[in-house]
Design a protein around this ligand. Structure first.
Ligand code: HC3
Length: 408
C-alpha cells in the first residue's frame, strides 16, 4: 500500500484492481468483489492480524499453533550440532539448521496451496502435539497458545537422544506501507545439553507480496541473528529480489566471533527457498551445503483426531476446517462462534473465580537470564508488553501433562 493508503500494484493503480499488468488475477471470479473489499479494509486495519476478516477462498484450515512444527521438519539437521565437537563448526551447523527451516516456515504453504492463506486464530490453551520418528530418533513437539490477546504461541521441540532442545514463543505485529508488513515479536533458544550452551535466535520481519493478484506469499526482509553463549554471532540479511542475485527470497549470512563482524569465519548466500552452500570465509572453500530437494522432510506424527484431546488443535477446529474445505461459510461462522462462546464462558468463569487460565506446558516468568545474557550483543529487547509476558517451557508440567487438558 502506498503512503496514500492505496495498495501498490506497480502500475499506479489503486486497490480496486485485482489484476496487474504483469500477472493475471488468482481471485475466483465470484470472489473479486470480496477481495477488493478486503484490500480496501487492510488499509485501515489496527495491526492485529487475527482480527482481519478475509474472503472465504483465502482461509486456511490450519491453525497458527501448528506453525511451530516448521522448526524441525528435518530432524537430522536439527540434531546435527549436538554431535559436533568444534564450537565454531557447531555454531555453523546451528546456522545451517536455521536457514534450512526458512523454506518450510515461510513458503511451504504457498507451494502446497498456491498462495499464503489466512490461518485459523488459535484459542487460549490450544495445543498441537506431535513427534517425528526417523534416523535422528524421536523428536517431540509441544506447541501451546499461551495468550489470545495478543495472540502468542509457545513451543518446545526436543530430542532426548541427542540432548538438544528448542524453545520459544512468538507474536506478530503488523502495519501497512505498500503492503502487509509483519514484525515478529519473541525469540527462540536452542540448548545443547552436552556443551551446556545456548543460542538465542531472533525472528525475521516479513511482508506479503502478491496481494493485488490474489496470490499472497511471504518475503523476508531486514536482518535476524543467532547469538551463541560460546561467543559466535550469525547475522542473516534478507532481501526480496536480492541486490546480488536479483532473485526473490535472497539472503546473505555470515558467522563471526562476537564483535568482529569484519572477520567472518563462514559465509553463505543464496535463496532461502533453494539450496545453499556454506563457505569458509577466508579460503572460499565449500565446507557444507543444504538442498531442500534432496533433504526430504520427515512427516510429523499426530494422534488420530478421534484420539486427540478436545484442546488439541485439529480436533477442536475439525468442524470449522470441514466447513471451510466445503466452502460453506454459514457453517464456518456457526462453528467458529461455538468455539468463541465456549472461550468467553471459560474466561468469565475464571474471572469470577479470580484465577487465570493455567497454561499446560508453559509458565509466565519475570526475567529470562539466558535471553538477557545473549541479547545485548545483537541489540534485541524482550518486548514482554507485546507478548503478554515472557514465556518458558516447564519440563515438570510436561512430564505430568495428561489429558484431559481442559480445566473445569
Ligand atoms: C503473517 C502470517 C501469520 C504469521 C506467520 C508466522 C510469522 C508464524 C510463526 C511461524 O514460525 C512463521 C510464520 C510464517 C508465516 C506468517 C503468516 C504469513 C501470512 C499470515 C497472515 C496472518 C495472513 C495474511 C492474510 C493473507 C490473506 C494476506 O494471506
Amino acid at each position: 500500500m502506498a503512503s496514500n493508503g492505496k495498495l501498490n500494484n506497480g502500475n499506479g493503480g489503486s486497490c480496486d484492481n485485482t489484476a496487474t499488468k504483469n500477472g493475471a488475477s488468482a481471485v475466483p471470479s465470484q470472489s473479486k468483489g470480496s477481495w477488493t473489499s478486503f484490500l480496501k479494509s487492510i488499509a485501515s486495519f489496527n495491526g492485529d492480524l487475527s482480527s482481519m476478516t478475509a474472503p472465504p477462498f483465502i482461509l486456511s484450515t490450519t491453525s497458527l499453533v501448528e506453525y511451530s512444527s516448521y522448526w524441525a521438519e528435518h530432524p537430522a539437521v536439527f540434531v546435527a550440532p549436538a554431535s559436533e565437537q568444534d564450537p565454531a563448526k557447531r555454531a555453523m551447523l546451528v546456522l545451517k539448521w536455521f536457514l534450512s527451516t526458512l523454506k518450510q516456515q515461510y513458503s511451504s504453504r504457498n507451494e502446497k496451496l498456491g498462495s499464503e492463506k489466512k490461518p485459523l486464530n488459535p484459542f487460549l490453551g490450544e495445543l498441537f502435539l506431535g513427534r517425528w520418528e526417523d534416523e535422528a530418533g524421536t523428536t517431540q513437539l509441544v506447541s501451546e497458545q499461551v495468550s489470545h490477546h495478543p495472540p502468542v504461541t509457545g513451543y518446545c521441540i526436543w530430542n532426548s537422544k541427542h540432548g538438544i532442545r528448542l524453545e520459544g514463543y512468538n507474536a506478530q505485529k503488523a502495519s501497512f506501507s505498500s503492503t502487509i508488513n509483519v514484525k515478529q515479536i519473541g525469540h527462540a533458544i536452542l540448548h545443547i545439553d552436552a556443551f551446556k550452551e545456548d543460542y538465542l535466535i531472533t525472528l525475521p520481519s516479513l511482508h506479503i507480496e502478491g496481494l493485488i493478484t490474489g496470490s499472497p506469499y511471504v518475503e523476508l526482509n531486514k536482518t535476524s541473528y543467532i547469538q551463541s553463549s560460546t561467543g559466535y554471532t550469525a547475522k542473516i540479511d534478507y532481501s526480496g529480489k536480492g541486490w546480488l542475485s536479483g532473485k526473490k527470497n535472497s539472503f546473505t549470512a555470515s558467522l563471526y566471533p562476537e564483535g568482529r563482524e569484519k572477520e567472518p569465519i563462514y559465509a553463505i548466500s543464496g535463496q532461502w527457498t533453494g539450496s545453499f552452500t556454506i563457505c569458509e570465509a577466508k579460503t572460499k572453500k565449500v565446507v557444507d551445503s543444504f538442498n531442500p530437494d534432496v533433504t526430504k522432510t520427515t512427516p510429523l506424527t499426530v494422534a488420530p483426531i478421534e484420539q486427540q484431546d478436545e484442546m488439541e488443535s485439529r480436533r477442536a477446529w475439525q468442524k470449522v476446517a470441514q466447513a471451510i474445505s466445503q466452502g460453506n461459510m454459514d457453517t464456518t461462522s456457526y462453528e467458529k462462534t461455538i468455539i468463541e462462546n465456549q472461550q468467553r464462558e471459560m474466561r468469565k468463569k475464571e474471572k469470577e473465580e479470580g484465577r487465570e487460565w493455567e497454561r499446560r506446558f508453559f509458565n509466565r516468568v519475570e526475567t529470562h537470564p539466558v535471553f538477557e545474557a545473549l541479547s545485548k550483543t545483537i541489540g534485541e529487547s524482550i518486548n514482554d508488553n507485546l507478548t503478554n509476558g515472557i514465556w518458558v517451557f516447564d519440563l515438570e508440567k510436561a512430564r505430568n501433562a495428561q489429558p484431559p487438558f481442559r480445566q473445569q
